[in-house]
Structures are given as C-alpha cells and as structure tokens.
Design a protein around this ligand. Structure first.
Ligand SMILES: N[C@@H](CCC(=O)N[C@@H](CS)C(=O)NCC(=O)O)C(=O)O
Length: 218
C-alpha cells in the first residue's frame, strides 16, 4: 500500500493520523508542509488539498483530508486492529470524544485563527498565548469530566485503543506545547501516560519529529 501523508511536525491533526497509521502498521512517507511559513497556501499544495490545511493522505489516486475522515478511511482499508468499536453506542461514544478536540477545541488554536486575532484585533503574543491556553484547558476539562463519568482502564473504552484515545492524546500534546499543568486533569493525564507508553504514540509525538525545534509555542 503506497501512502503519503502531507503533514507538519507540530500539527495536532497530523499527529492524530500518524498515530492511526502506526497503530495499523501501515508504512507511509510524510511530506512536510510548513504551515507556520504559509506553505499551505502554495498553489502546489492547494492542488493537493484546497482547504489549505494539513493533514492530507494520498493513497493511489485518492486524496483524503480531515483527520477523522482519514482515520475512518484507514479503518475501512484495514479493519484490524480496529480503532472504532463495533458496538453502535460505543462507536458513537468514541466518535463523540474524538470530535471534542477535532471539531470544538483544536480549531480555535490553529495558525489561521491566531493570525486572524493578530490581524483583526491587534492581539499581541501574550493575548494569543492566553487565548490558546483558555481553549486548550476547556478541551482538557471536558475530557476530564467525560473520563470521570465513564471510567475505564487502560484506554477510554477499555483494553483496546480507539480514535478517542488518539484525540485525547492530541489534546494533551497541545497542552504540552503551552506548558500547561495536567494536575487538574488526572484522568486525562493517566490516559495519556498509557498512550505515550506505546511506540505508535511515542514515535508520533511532535517533539520526536525531524522538524521539531524548541521554539516558543505557536
Ligand atoms: N479538522 C481538521 C484540522 C485541520 C487543521 O486545522 N490543520 C492545521 C494544523 S493542525 C492547519 O493546517 N492549519 C493551517 C492554518 O491554520 O493556516 C483535521 O482534523 O484534519
């Protein structure tokens, strides 16, 4: 299976897809798109994904974008090991948890939103950082409440890792970029510990990617 992933080392959405590919044991080539310098707007990349965001998965003639759609595409291509439970209610629960970050928390801290806050409202670096911390904490707090209400070990749905764990781990990576304390979110921190103890998660972490630089979080 010839798979290419257009991604970026520090992109949380790219992290999600990287983990899914590794959990499924699918080899892939990652092609970097530097979203901090604006490479997502290059015409060559626009031809790949006209939403002008990463990630995009290229598989033969298919170009799949949006991390959840990509993960579900991979699930359809290679059902085992499954990342979505078969029980309908559990499947919906896993997707719901995934969307807390994909649809609600993460979009608020993307470069395009930060750049717009600077351009439209003159937000300075401190304001941007407070903004990013606020929405990242909101996401963590939601996950903490959810995990407290439906406790399971070691992963969100029990023994098998799922798309929910991938997304919660991504939210934790966002918190790490912002140097947030996870102590107020013990269930989230415990889950992330289990995730990052596995090679698929550990080797997908932005800090482990070749482009990683210890620059201030953006
Ligand atoms: N909901 C999308 C998020 C895509 C997204 O916003 N990606 C970010 C990187 S994590 C990006 O490319 N941002 C470019 C920008 O904001 O200009 C997904 O889950 O794939």
């Amino acid at each position: 299976m010839n798979i290419q992933l257009y991604g970026f080392w520090r992109s949380l959405a790219s992290f999600r897809v990287r983990v899914a590919l590794k959990l499924k044991g699918l080899p892939f080539e990652e092609i970097p798109v530097d979203i901090l310098s604006g490479e997502q707007f290059d015409p060559d990349y626009d031809a790949v994904n006209t939403e002008r965001v990463v990630p995009t998965l290229v598989h033969g003639e298919h170009r799949v974008f949006q991390s959840l759609a990509i993960i579900e595409y991979l699930e359809d291509l290679m059902p085992e090991p499954t990342l979505l439970p078969s029980d309908p209610a559990d499947r919906a629960y896993a997707r719901s948890l995934a969307l807390v970050t994909i649809a609600d928390a993460h979009p608020l801290v993307t470069p395009r939103v930060r750049n717009h806050l600077v351009k439209m409202f003159g937000a300075d670096a401190n304001a941007i950082e407070s903004w990013a911390k606020h929405w990242t904490i909101e996401g963590l707090a939601t996950y903490e409440r959810l995990l407290q209400r439906r406790p399971a070990e070691p992963f969100t749905l029990g023994q098998r890792v799922s798309v929910a764990d991938i997304c919660i781990a991504g939210q934790v990576v966002g918190a790490q970029f912002l140097k947030l304390d996870l102590a107020p979110f013990p269930a989230v921190a415990r889950l992330a510990g289990h995730c990052f103890a596995t090679p698929a998660f550990a080797t997908s972490h932005p800090f482990e990617q070749s482009g990683y630089t210890a620059i201030a979080p953006r």
